[in-house]
Design a protein around this ligand. Structure first.
Ligand SMILES: [Zn+2]
Length: 293
């Protein structure tokens, strides 16, 4: 595997040690914003109705301005924000877990008619709804409430989440049905927005091409075979990010197999390719979560 290609990911999305930033020029930013608004508009994420936000990730403060913190905060722009409550609050120079604070806030918000949007890591969403379930808390949030989850399906051990179980817990504890839960996929080094279809699959949008590569030869493999997830997009003009090979293992399927009506192929992320020194934002958040348990 090309060392340089791995470094882009490690340095742009790590939560400790040296980290470089991905710089976007104005034209890339403008094109990117247009892509995001078109994608999120298509998937009914953009709304003029004011909402309260539960941000399941880092508060954008202090020195830890990670890509994930910026993305989670950015996701609170698609419907006007009345309030934001964070799962990881910045206090006294470090991040502290705020699940109890979120639970109290949710019980207060559930008494109002204001919709609630949850944005951030699925691992945190799972931890939150499981905690509500254990406490016997059953809320019925406004029917326009939504769950928008991105990044971090690949945590291991205690935080590995079964999607069906997560969706069932969300409906039980918050009253938010599966069709109002949306999953997103993106990467700092490949800032194309992937939004799951109603069958929870990531189809390849017009803005990119996705190639699954053999782990040894890097040659493309056919549908149904696992390999390294690789992205190609002309979107970023400011840095050499046209083609990126990630350390994720994934498999691609024929779009017709999904049944949602979107014909482009879709990919499934299976996990990391076993490079332990690489640490993503989601993995960093998982560590704080495990330490707080
Ligand atoms: Zn689909």
């Amino acid at each position: 595997m090309d060392e340089g290609q791995i470094k882009i990911r490690a340095t742009s999305s790590g939560t400790r040690g040296k980290r470089s930033r991905i710089a976007l020029d104005e034209e890339t930013y403008r094109l990117g914003m247009r892509m995001v608004f078109r994608t999120f508009g298509y998937h009914h994420v953009i709304s003029p109705i004011p909402v309260n936000y539960i941000v399941l990730g880092f508060e954008p403060a202090g020195a830890e301005q990670t890509g994930a913190a910026q993305t989670a905060y950015g996701t609170t722009k698609f419907a006007p924000a009345l309030h934001r409550e964070y799962a990881l609050k910045w206090a006294d120079g470090k991040y502290v877990l705020n699940i109890d604070g979120i639970k109290k806030t949710l019980m207060r918000w559930a008494k109002t008619e204001i919709p609630v949007r949850f944005v951030g890591f699925p691992g945190y969403m799972y931890f939150l709804v499981r905690s509500l379930e254990e406490d016997g808390i059953r809320l019925r949030l406004n029917r326009l409430s939504k769950v928008l989850m991105g990044g971090g399906w690949k945590q291991t051990g205690a935080l590995a989440v079964k999607k069906d179980e997560l969706y069932a817990l969300i409906e039980n504890t918050l009253g938010i049905r599966g069709e109002r839960c949306k999953e997103f996929f993106s990467a700092v080094e490949h800032p194309v927005a992937y939004c799951a279809c109603r069958c929870r699959h990531f189809h390849v949008p017009v803005y990119s091409r996705v190639i699954i590569r053999d782990v040894d030869t890097l040659m493309p493999v056919p549908y149904g075979e696992a390999g390294l997830l690789s992205f190609v997009t002309p979107l970023v003009g400011s840095m050499p990010l046209t083609s990126v090979v990630t350390d994720d293992l994934a498999v691609m399927h024929d779009g017709q197999m999904c049944g949602c009506g979107i014909d482009s192929p879709f990919f499934e992320v299976l996990g990391r390719a076993g490079v332990s020194e690489i640490k993503t934002c989601a993995a960093g958040a998982a560590e704080i979560l495990e330490a707080g348990q």
